[in-house]
Design a protein around this ligand. Sequence first.
Ligand SMILES: C[S@@+](CC[C@H](N)C(=O)[O-])C[C@H]1O[C@@H](n2cnc3c(N)ncnc32)[C@H](O)[C@@H]1O
Length: 287
Amino acid sequence: MLQVKGVELRMIKDMTVDEYNRFRQSLETNSGIMLGEGKEYLVTSRLRRLMERESLMSVTDLLKAMERNRNLLENVVDAMTTNETLWFRDEHPYRIFRERLLPEAAANRRPLKIWSSACSTGQEPYSLSIEIEEYKRRNPGQLMAGERILATDISPSSLAAAKEGVYQQLAIRRGMNDQHLKSYFEQADADRWRIKQEIRNRVDFRPQNLKQSFSLLGKFDIIFCRNVLIYFSADLKADILKRMHASLNPGGYLMLGASEAMNNLGDYYEMVQCHPGIVYRAKKPGS
Ligand SMILES: C[S@@+](CC[C@H](N)C(=O)[O-])C[C@H]1O[C@@H](n2cnc3c(N)ncnc32)[C@H](O)[C@@H]1O
């Protein structure tokens, strides 16, 4: 035990500025995630356990091991992601989805395809699925062509938790009201709730790094890309938004996070003001 602590202290003390810079370069290359200056504590606190387990004594050893071992690289990226999320986050996006996007989709009478592109532990895609379920209950006979939600994330541990769909009381209480809880969850044990199959069935989960091509994912009518672009450089953000445009059906919608804006992409998207809240609609190229 003491020895473990000894390793821990040595590792923290030993991280040089050069090691930190090489680590953040590697993280950005592999995931897009940018670490600012002076965030060494994030590396040590998030990777300490993994480094102990792998008997890696310094960040230089870690970087070398990441080059050799794809699995380790994935675990390092996983540990460095911020997976903060909640149910029906920010309310406006879900109101816009409920009051504007779902009625439009119902009028189109086509299958509706939605992509939750950084789904974390599943709160976003399941909130969307609950909205669809409620819409269908309120409007029987509408949305008959079927709806699918693809939920993706770079973090394997978040994706596994999302697939499992079981949440502790603490996580449930972040944005979930009693009526939704009663209707769409069953108690797994004293402190945990499981999402009901009817909500789960609409969602498919798969790994996807937003830095990599989306071409195998197909086309979507609505993309939720919320609270993830903030971690990326301006260039990567623009690149992702352009590739998302190519993944949207004509006139499809893109929903960003509350603090995220789109710059210089007026050729690709038009802003739709929904009072309150904003959604972006894909423009036809050249229009
Ligand atoms: C703060 S959470 C946001 C979750 C949800 N969209 C929301 O708004 O509540 C950010 C998520 O982005 C994921 N992420 C970070 N970099 C990514 C990348 N390059 N590709 C895909 N997902 C990424 C993280 O794993 C994390 O689950």
